[in-house]
Design a protein around this ligand. Structure first.
Ligand code: KIV
Ligand code: ZN
Length: 515
């Protein structure tokens, strides 16, 4: 059996490519919480965002850069403004990396960039030099590499390395390639540009054909020593390569590939849950590594085999990805100090007003359930973080229902300026609450998705609601947890509508309509 000899760097782009998934909009505190957990997980690089896209994005990158020890990357196109925005966002980083990209395929150059090959070469050269003047760690990516003319891409890569790029990334931007073709592309590049062997070769795969992880593995077999991926595989369209899958693949098949990563695999499950909760992207039950059923054995024949010898049907231990039972950590007599400590043990920094709100939630739940598990605490912590950034707060919800009658809801919400109340009617309490909130925010909202889950098992479990709405052709998501499912629904809907209002009518989030 070969033992691991070489290390593959893990570049996490959950906060950049992952955040580009429809409906995801993470606030700075949420980004920080995810970044801290990624740091704990042991990823080598965190790509924190695309600095030029908005002041909020720059703020998020800055906050992440100051919060973690690992390398923090900021993405930039080749224009001076882009590179300067990325530089500004990384001033406080202990280990900054500028990630410059430009498309190299004819279809992108002609129709998207409207640039000639000479202009692309010049842009790559200038941007990498500008980034290198700020930091020694510069990554360069050829967007749509797998559909690019190999000779031209080689020229661009040669130019980027000569300008100072220390990592060369060859993305399968549209998820088009297949493993043996990707190997040919990477081998061809190394043949044409021998200088590639003096920098880190990186792969970045999208999952449009369900091959992102297989292609990433092919890339590693062709010499890549950096893999770019996201937690739970979230990302644009069908998503990116799933980080937990590539890490566990390399760990489980280490005897075959002789490779290792720096990831602490026991942190995988918690990271997956945190990302799912804060992004609102639910993990499919049969997803490899982190799906609810990934380590469950329903069929009698499997259970028998597993009981006799785990290795009959299990190639990995559930413990190796941090999947333990939901342990009881606190009871109803626990105080605020104990709660703060339990949050800290779980990796959350919850202080001040957030802690006050979280404690109120905790007491409410503890009175009902008696015993509070780490899963409950994770849900409460995530919700307090979310609540901190929300412009509107749900102050009161009153529901009246009677057999044969429409349900009526009275909803009071508050923002910095004051409180307003509206009534709504509907087909059941949730529908009535939604219609009251819609009147308060005065938006043409279409409900796209409404999902309820339970944080833990049992009738007294904390309920978790995700709502996606469409406004003006764009989708916005909101999540909330509560012991009362109607309240969680109203809160999640309010958050989704508030996100829509802030995006579509900036500044109007200060106004409450009220009827
Ligand atoms: O998919 C892609 O090409 C990207 C680049 C910006 C690296 O995300
Ligand atoms: Zn991408």
């Amino acid at each position: 059996m070969a033992s691991p000899t070489d290390t593959v760097r893990i570049f996490d782009t959950t906060l950049r490519d992952g955040e580009q998934s429809p409906g995801i909009a993470l606030s700075a505190p949420e980004k920080i919480e995810i970044a801290r957990q990624l740091d704990r997980l042991g990823v080598d690089i965190i790509e924190a965002g695309f600095a030029i896209s908005s002041p909020g994005e720059r703020e998020g990158i800055r906050a992440v850069a100051e919060a973690v020890d690992c390398v923090v990357a900021s993405l930039a196109r080749t224009s001076d403004e882009d590179v300067d925005a990325a530089i500004e966002s990384l001033r406080g980083a202990r280990n900054p990396r500028i990630h410059v990209f430009i498309a190299t395929s004819d279809i992108h150059m002609e129709h998207k960039l409207r640039m000639t090959r000479a202009q692309v070469l010049e842009g790559a050269d200038r941007a990498v030099r500008r980034a290198r003047a700020f930091c020694s760690d510069v990554e360069f990516s050829c967007e749509d590499a797998t559909r690019s003319d190999p000779e031209f891409m080689a020229e661009v890569v040669r130019t980027a390395i000569a300008a100072g790029a220390t990592t060369i990334n060859i993305p399968d931007t549209v998820g088009y390639t297949v493993p043996e073709e990707y190997i040919e592309i990477l081998n061809g590049l190394r043949r044409r540009v021998p200088e590639v062997d003096g920098v880190v070769l990186s792969v970045h795969c999208h999952d449009d054909l369900g091959l992102a992880v297989a292609n990433s593995l092919a890339g590693v077999m062709a010499g890549a020593r950096q893999v770019e991926a996201t937690i739970n595989g979230i990302g644009e369209r069908a998503g990116n390569a799933s980080l937990e899958e590539i890490v566990m693949l390399l760990a489980t098949r280490a005897p075959r590939y002789g490779l290792q990563t720096n990831v602490r695999t026991e942190e995988i499950t918690r990271t997956s849950r945190l990302v799912s909760r804060l992004t609102g992207y639910v993990v499919q039950p049969n997803k490899a590594i982190v799906g609810r059923n990934a380590f469950a054995h329903e069929a009698g024949i499997h259970q028998h085999g597993v009981l006799a010898n785990r290795r009959t049907y299990e190639i990995m231990d559930a413990e190796s990805v941090g999947l333990q039972g939901s342990d009881i950590v606190l009871g109803k007599h626990s105080g605020r100090h104990a709660l703060r400590q339990a949050f800290a043990d779980l990796g959350f920094t919850i202080e001040g007003d957030d802690l006050k709100r979280a404690f109120a939630r905790f007491k409410e739940l503890a009175d009902r359930k008696g015993k509070i598990s780490s899963l409950d605490l994770e849900a409460i912590a995530s919700d307090s973080l979310r609540d901190r950034e929300e412009p509107y707060k749900l102050v009161r919800l009153a529901i009246r229902t009677a057999t044969g009658e429409e349900a009526r809801a009275e909803v009071t919400i508050q923002n910095g300026e004051g409180e307003r109340t509206a009534e709504g009617t509907g087909d059941g309490p949730v529908d009535a609450a939604f219609s009251a909130v819609t009147r308060l925010l005065d938006l043409p909202v279409t409900l796209v998705e409404y999902a309820i889950g339970a944080v833990t098992g049992g009738a007294d479990a904390l309920g978790e609601v995700r709502v996606v709405v469409e406004v003006g052709g764009r989708t916005f998501a909101g999540q909330a947890v509560s012991t009362d499912i109607t309240e969680a629904s109203a809160e999640a809907y309010l958050r989704a509508c508030a996100h829509a209002r802030m995006a579509i009518e900036p500044g109007k989030d200060k106004e409450l309509i009220g009827v």
